[in-house]
Design a protein around this ligand. Structure first.
Ligand SMILES: Cc1cc2nc3c(=O)[nH]c(=O)nc-3n(C[C@H](O)[C@H](O)[C@H](O)COP(=O)(O)OP(=O)(O)OC[C@H]3O[C@@H](n4cnc5c(N)ncnc54)[C@H](O)[C@@H]3O)c2cc1C
Length: 372
């Protein structure tokens, strides 16, 4: 069997890319390692630039309909950022679980003709002058949207410079006994750590906690209910049930090349960083939007191969700036009195509008919204 593009990974990046390619007339097969969607969500927000892209594709209304919150802005290390004066039709941040976004993207992509095959991990692959071979299937191109531990990136042996995590934190979706906060709040270091609890609706709350116990843990260590209960008790809250729990770090790395011949990297496969400020999923959607239209145009024979080089040229610097931002936020969120003083001075002196544009994804030329 052959197709135009094989996409490795049906996360938000792979699904957005599949939809963009199918919309542009390309045949696309998405190979996903998992047997089925988990329904779990790491990310919880969409920034204004993502809202612009999703609205352009007619997807935003459905996503807004299942959103948990519409916030007047974002934040940088817990410093509030007002989006109301930004030049965008969507001057707000949408609080919506990643799983809801993925469901909508999957329905859109398959409706346009993309095929998603679950339980089919990409293993080894090869490329030659006329195409790629992946799991015995031929295609013109392969795109690795297979997340932080990307098999595609590793198979290409592309450098992934940066550093490993210096902090480890806990993330959990829980129910609470006696209720919890009714509004979304910003992260703020307190004592020797940080605790943020956000209402997701239907009695479920997102818990983000960092403290000495989490710092001592490794990323893949299991999270016990006792650890979640202890973190919540620090904020005067009582755990009901843990629905899902995991850990994340502030590991920061970026692929040196987004293109190697006929193979590309996008989303977390191309860049990893701390979730501070909420930009990772957003970067991935926008990588996919940029690459999808270009690949489709080349496949249709309307553009030359050199158009594909502009993907790295345009998107690598954007992610590099996000990595810089999240590193800076990591420092400003260290629970320490002197860092708190630095954060206050920074908040007083910084140009908050410029910072808001940066977190919103509106601080650079995003190109036209008219491809495909
Ligand atoms: C706790 C936490 C909170 C976050 N909060 C936010 C936030 O609020 N806002 C935000 O923008 N970002 C946030 N992020 C980051 C965001 O979740 C990621 O950037 C986003 O999921 C990246 O999407 P992706 O599709 O590139 O990769 P992934 O979501 O990792 O998807 C990759 C997919 O590839 C599949 N896969 C892996 N290997 C293979 C293989 N060999 N073959 C086939 N398939 C494979 C995986 O099963 C998965 O389905 C957060 C991250 C964490 C950890």
């Amino acid at each position: 069997m052959s197709t135009d593009v094989i996409v490795a990974g049906a996360g938000p990046t792979g699904l957005m890319l599949a939809g963009e390619l199918a919309l542009g007339g390309a045949r696309v097969v998405v190979l996903e390692r998992l047997a089925a969607r988990t329904g779990q969500s790491k990310a919880l927000n969409l920034q204004p630039r993502s809202a612009e892209v999703l609205a352009h594709r007619g997807l935003l209304d459905d996503i807004l309909a299942v959103a948990s919150a519409r916030l007047p802005g974002g934040h940088f290390a817990g410093i509030p950022l007002d989006y109301s004066t930004l030049r965008t039709p969507f001057p707000y941040q949408i609080g919506v679980p990643q799983a809801r976004v993925e469901e909508r993207l999957a329905a859109w992509a398959t409706g346009l003709g993309a095929e998603i095959r679950y339980g089919e991990p990409v293993g080894s692959f090869s490329q030659d002058a006329s195409g790629v071979t992946v799991n015995g299937m031929r295609a013109g191109y392969l795109v690795g949207c297979d997340g932080a531990r990307s098999v595609v990136r590793n198979g290409l042996r592309v450098d992934f410079p940066g550093r490993d995590g210096r902090m480890c934190a806990l993330v959990a979706d829980v129910t609470l006994v006696g209720g919890g906060p009714t509004r979304w709040t910003l992260p703020e270091p307190k004592g020797d750590g940080l605790l943020t609890v956000l209402p997701l609706g239907e009695g479920v709350f997102r818990v983000l906690a960092a403290g000495p116990r989490q710092t001592a843990a490794a990323k893949d260590d299991p999270v016990s209910a006792g650890e979640v209960a202890e973190a919540l008790a620090g904020g005067g809250l009582t755990l009901g049930e843990v629905r899902w729990a995991s850990r994340f770090t502030d590991a920061t790395r970026q692929a040196a090349r987004y293109r190697t011949g006929r193979v590309f990297l996008a989303g977390d496969a191309a860049h990893v960083h701390s979730p501070a400020g909420g930009q990772g999923l957003n970067l991935g959607l926008q990588d996919a939007f940029n690459l999808g239209g270009k690949l489709a145009a080349v496949i249709r024979g309307e553009s030359g191969d050199d158009l594909l080089d502009t993907y790295h040229a345009e998107r690598h610097p954007v992610a590099a700036r996000v990595l810089q931002s999240t590193r800076a936020q990591g420092v400003l969120l260290v629970p320490d009195e002197d860092v708190a003083a630095l954060r206050e001075v920074f908040a007083e002196l910084v140009d908050r509008r410029a910072l808001a544009e940066r977190v919103a994804g509106l601080d650079h030329d995003n190109g036209p919204l008219t491809r495909s």
